[in-house]
Design a protein around this ligand. Structure first.
Ligand SMILES: C[S@@+](CC[C@H](N)C(=O)[O-])C[C@H]1O[C@@H](n2cnc3c(N)ncnc32)[C@H](O)[C@@H]1O
Length: 250
């Protein structure tokens, strides 16, 4: 598959967004039981201290630190577009490599475990179609660098319908062009987002041909405030979090 290139202006906007938002990705976010339990029940038994682990778009490295502690893996690498923003990783064991998900700077088949956490919806292009091509290209890259029998885990915030994905993508594009935050829609300027439904992630995995889907885990978001719950149900079609695990066939 031809690898799409990130539009350079969108790329600068993404980096600028994470420069502003980096505190939101602080440690506490990573006590998500869905991810912690899935890692310990489905991933850790396949890894050892010799395993090579890659997170694409790993921010400050919180998840990689959790994985390194649990598995004793010595090689844990974070490939980040915004490497200048996250140049201080939470653990000195984590190697930070500057690069893009759309063209990972690694040779084929060199990682036993590759994961991305809330990355795909940031791989936007100027249209939904281009964004979807970027997301597919990123998954193809993750698959390329995974070893035979290697595991791939995708964790994403998901919306319930493609209509919601469409509305939120174009709303975020407009908000970004106008330089405004729309907090009731969870939109921030410079953060153009193109979410997927859980089934779209599973289809993307199955369409790679070389990946075998091993499991799908899902949780609906629990929003306490009635207005937030109403807006979420109407516009984002009951958003939730999905984890899709696959294995690269030999
Ligand atoms: C929502 S944050 C998640 C960070 C981390 N995974 C976490 O959950 O705390 C998305 C991350 O993806 C990175 N990112 C965005 N586009 C990228 C790209 N094309 N290649 C690699 N990383 C990218 C951003 O810099 C940001 O750190």
């Amino acid at each position: 598959m031809a690898v799409e290139r990130l539009d350079s202006q969108l790329k600068e906007e993404t980096i600028a967004h994470f420069r502003l938002a980096q505190d939101s990705y602080a440690d506490k976010r990573w006590h998500d039981p869905l991810l912690i339990n899935t890692l310990s029940e489905s991933i850790y038994q396949n890894l050892s201290s010799d395993s090579r682990v890659l997170e694409v778009g790993g921010g400050s490295g919180y998840i990689l630190r959790t994985i390194a502690e649990a598995t004793k893996a010595k090689c844990v690498i974070n490939c980040e577009l915004s490497a200048d923003v996250y140049n201080s990783q939470v653990d000195s064991k984590i190697q930070l490599v500057k690069g893009t998900a759309l063209g990972l700077p690694f040779t084929d088949k060199c990682f036993d475990f590759v994961l991305s956490v809330d990355l795909l919806h940031h791989l936007v292009g100027k249209s939904m179609r281009n964004s979807r091509r970027n997301q597919l290209a990123a998954l193809a890259e993750m698959s390329r660098v995974a070893s035979d029998n290697g595991l791939i885990l995708i964790y994403e915030t998901c919306y319930g319908s493609e209509l919601s994905n469409f509305l939120v993508f174009y709303a975020s594009l407009c908000a970004s062009k106008l330089g405004i935050d729309v907090s009731w829609l969870y939109l921030q300027k410079q953060a153009i987002v193109c979410f997927l439904t859980r089934n779209q992630i599973v289809d993307m995995v199955n369409n790679q041909g070389i990946l075998q889907c091993l499991g799908v885990f899902h949780r609906k978001n629990a929003l306490k405030k009635p207005l937030a719950r109403f807006m979420s149900t109407m516009l984002r079609a009951n958003p939730g979090t999905a984890i899709v695990i696959s294995r690269k066939a030999r």
